[in-house]
Design a protein around this ligand. Structure first.
Ligand SMILES: Cc1cc2nc3c(=O)[nH]c(=O)nc-3n(C[C@H](O)[C@H](O)[C@H](O)COP(=O)(O)OP(=O)(O)OC[C@H]3O[C@@H](n4cnc5c(N)ncnc54)[C@H](O)[C@@H]3O)c2cc1C
Length: 330
């Protein structure tokens, strides 16, 4: 058994102070990911700072934005009347994730910070640059059915990590222009959601741009005209309890049949939730028809590359984009 220190923080400051002085210390919220990783020997923090007593659970309409506390439970957010009315895409994405029991424990902040489900990361006997930097990426020449098709290194033998980000919620947040509020030893700051997660580069062990000791306190989402026509499509091996092979968050602002604004992001395709801004531009000003959606999907797929076992994603991804947009348009 590996011993660790356990502290229960009573204020955001005491939580930050509890973590910042020890580079391996971690916050713990619902524990649904972190405890799994500890049990499997993938991480062994010497100190856990429990943040569950912090006042970070509120969900509030602040006029032009909706603010969601970092400790709001996935199930609370998904069932909240404000979210169902103004951000149904987020509610759908949350309900597509995990199981009811896990959603009742999992927090918004923990969901954003969850680690990849790449099997090479989860097995300490296998090489994985994300878990053990310098050991190699077992997935590149191994079983890579679940892996990335976007955000890859240009030269094939330079792939350091081809794992994908596992969250459903984060795909909707990337599409909906969320921002992340963070408190830390260096003060408070706001991070645009699409800049929160990162590509592996030469530092694949780092999933996001959060500094050590920084605490996510809330998310902010703009209240916009994209609620009526939105859809989260998740394609997976089983109907529940399975991570996305491909997912698409699609939202449209329609005037009659004409697209005024569009938001599009994908999950299961890259090391981070993958926003498709060029495809969004293709949609604007066009009629909401299958032909338009196909054109956007074609643009979205530019630059995609597959490995031995995930070539199916090159066909499944554009089909999923068309399907999600069709359902969003209603
Ligand atoms: C069987 C199973 C199936 C699942 N299926 C899905 C799925 O289909 N889709 C999906 O999206 N997810 C799925 N999940 C993942 C689940 O959504 C996450 O485990 C959960 O969201 C993590 O939240 P938590 O509060 O439990 O985080 P914890 O496990 O407590 O923490 C995870 C990480 O986040 C950090 N952290 C937590 N809160 C903060 C904060 N406020 N600021 C800074 N750092 C913080 C912790 O230090 C830790 O590193 C599944 C999980 C399981 C176990």
């Amino acid at each position: 058994m590996i011993n660790f220190q356990y502290l229960r923080a009573s204020s955001p400051k005491s939580a930050i102070d509890g973590v910042r002085t020890d580079l391996s210390a971690q916050f713990i919220a619902g524990g649904t990911n972190l405890i799994d990783l500890m049990k499997r020997g993938i991480t062994a923090p010497p100190k856990l700072v429990d943040i569950n007593n912090l006042p970070l659970r509120d969900i509030a309409d602040e006029g032009k934005t909706i603010r969601i506390g970092a400790l709001a439970l996935n199930s609370t957010v998904a069932d909240h009347s404000l979210i169902l009315k103004k951000l149904p895409l987020l509610a759908q994405a949350l309900n597509a994730g995990a199981s009811a029991q896990i959603r009742n424990m999992a927090t918004v902040g923990g969901n954003m910070m969850q680690r990849t489900r790449c099997p090479y990361f989860y097995d300490p006997s296998l090489p994985c640059n994300k878990r053990a930097p310098g050991s190699g990426c077992g997935a590149v020449a191994g079983i890579n059915r679940m892996h990335a098709i976007f955000g890859l290194e240009p030269v094939p033998d330079q792939h350091v990590c081809i794992a994908v980000h596992p969250s459903d919620m984060c795909v909707a947040l990337a599409a909906l222009d969320a921002t992340v509020e963070v408190w830390g030893p260096g003060g408070n700051r706001t991070i645009p959601f699409t800049g929160f997660h990162r590509l592996p580069g030469s530092n694949p062990q780092k999933d996001n741009t959060l500094q050590h000791g920084e605490l996510i306190t809330a998310l902010r989402l703009p209240d916009n005209a994209l609620a009526t026509h939105s859809h989260y499509l998740k394609i997976r091996d089983r109907a529940s309890y399975a991570f996305a092979l491909i997912s698409v968050a699609a939202a449209l602002d329609l005037k009659g049949k004409t697209i005024q604004q569009a938001r599009l992001a994908m999950g299961g395709v890259a090391h981070k939730p993958w926003r498709l801004t060029e495809a969004e531009q293709v949609l604007i000003g066009k009629p909401a028809t299958e032909a338009t959606f196909r054109e956007a999907a074609q643009v979205a797929m530019r630059g995609a590359r597959a490995f031995e076992h995930n070539t199916y994603k090159l066909k499944l991804a554009p089909a999923a984009i068309v399907e999600a947009l069709t359902r969003a348009a209603g």
